[in-house]
Design a protein. Structure first.
Length: 275
């Protein structure tokens, strides 16, 4: 990847990219040569140097060893992770989500975070962490609301969500909370902020049933897949794996209800919960 000039003071990730590029050039290595030393492509080195991608801690350690930089890149990576308000397994995914030009998400059981209302997030957090303090619960609610501001920005990502019908039927927080949550989804759809399809129970099995799946695409970088379970997440950017998940998502989109029929089902579920 052709290097671009960064202002290192724009963000911690820009500072990291600037330092990585400087230390690579001091070592007399090309992006491809450094990539060979740390078991990745030269393109990926370029993405880190251009602040398009932030390395994992494991990658940072490999870079320190290859460039003989006495652990500075690892310490910078750890500092960026500690500054994040997100769970450790989601931190890098949250950064990529904010940079994505399009996000396609499949949700088998719960409403995706970008679509959640505060009350829904609060009830979901309390159910999953019954011994958490009120402060911790509200911190989680606030963090998720900050993520959702992506949809209100000047250049929001194209958001396409496939919700399994179970998402509409599991009463998280009770009838009042669910009514508000489904109304919020309808509002996002009607305003054009998101496209939502519902996968009905009678659609049968599909390739994505095992976990929630987020497909993130970018204008200047390869796509990334994020898989999430209850207390863990995994990022996948291997081209072959990404292509497989994108194909599976397209299959789910094909068998789901149309956006119009999906909106009607969500509205019907909402009306069933009306006081």
């Amino acid at each position: 990847m052709r290097p671009k000039d960064l202002n290192p003071w724009d963000s911690p990730r820009a500072f990291y990219g600037t330092e990585l590029r400087r230390k690579r050039e001091e070592a007399g290595l090309s992006q491809e040569e450094l990539g060979a030393l740390v078991f990745c492509s030269g393109t990926y080195i370029g993405l880190m140097e251009s602040a398009t991608r932030r390395p994992t801690k494991e990658m940072a350690k490999l870079l320190d060893a290859a460039l003989h930089t006495d652990g500075i890149l690892t310490r910078m990576c750890e500092a960026m992770e500690q500054a994040s308000q997100h769970a450790e397994y989601f931190r890098l995914a949250a950064e990529l989500e904010a940079m994505a030009s399009a996000i396609c998400e499949y949700a088998p059981m719960i409403v995706p975070g970008l679509l959640q209302t505060p009350a829904y997030t609060r009830a979901l957090t309390r159910a999953g962490r019954p011994f958490a303090s009120d402060e911790d619960v509200e911190r989680n609610v606030s963090t998720r609301r900050e993520r959702a501001k992506l949809l209100d920005g000047p250049t929001p990502p194209e958001l396409w969500c496939i919700l399994h019908e179970a998402v509409l039927r599991i009463p998280v927080g009770g009838a009042e909370v669910m009514h508000e949550q489904l109304a919020h989804i309808c509002k996002l759809v009607e305003s054009g902020a998101a496209v939502v399809q519902v996968l009905p129970f009678n659609a049968g099995p599909l390739p994505l049933m095992h976990a929630s799946v987020k497909v993130m695409t970018f204008t200047d970088a390869p796509p990334v897949i994020y898989l999430e379970a209850a207390h863990s997440g995994q990022l996948l950017d291997t081209p072959a794996l990404a292509a497989s998940y994108i194909k599976a998502y397209d299959l789910a989109r094909a068998v789901a209800l149309s956006p119009t029929a999906s909106l009607a089902m969500i509205q019907a579920a909402m009306e069933d919960l009306a006081p």
